[in-house]
Ligand binder design. Sequence first.
Ligand code: CA
Length: 243
Amino acid sequence: MPRVLVVEDDPDIARIVALLLARNNYQVDRASEGRAGLRAVYDSKPDLVVLDIGLPGMDGLSVLERVRDLSDVPVLLLSARDQESDKIRGLRAGADDYLTKPFTTGELLARVEALLRRARPAQWSERVYDDGSLKIDPLSRLVHVDDREVSLTPIEFRLLSMLTRNAGATLSTGQLLAEAWEDPTGIGAERVKFTVLRLRRKLGWDDSATSPIESVRGVGYRYRPPLRTRPRVESGISGRPGR
Ligand code: CA
């Protein structure tokens, strides 16, 4: 039974979210302020954290930054409508997805389920990817760049896997949202943008001019393996998009 930690100070929202998750067979822990939430992440080691941005004491973004120092647990941020800039800061700080209040219970459940599914390796990506610089082992979920191990969140891992499995092809933002976030609406392109920024930073490919993860203006992103090596992809995904 997956364990979800809900950190939310609004008692009505916290109760509804907890009830919804419990009814759908999640084990739910709750915290109503930032420090208690952070402690609960240490103590209960949840599979997913639903984290409100506006919390008394330590706010949600500070909690997120500390969580990211110690864990790659998927984090779904809850934000109010007037917290647009906080949402962007949250994505930059390592949130995997967000929901803007008010949201429906169906939306919340869909996001939670998608994030938890992404935390498990997808069936099509069970073979090791290795292009001489970047190595991805989907079963162990280990990623190495030039023999340096890199720790990724499930969404970051999923996005990188998609790009490398389709190396050379441009994947649209909509395709990446649909596959990695399981969000078919294509709305919220900034989630892709900031996850790519985090990926580049973690992989040591910050310089957008030379980064193997290229932005294709107005379309999406493309992975180009370093030129000095030849890609050794054992198998691509079926129905390769963007070709
Ligand atoms: Ca709040």
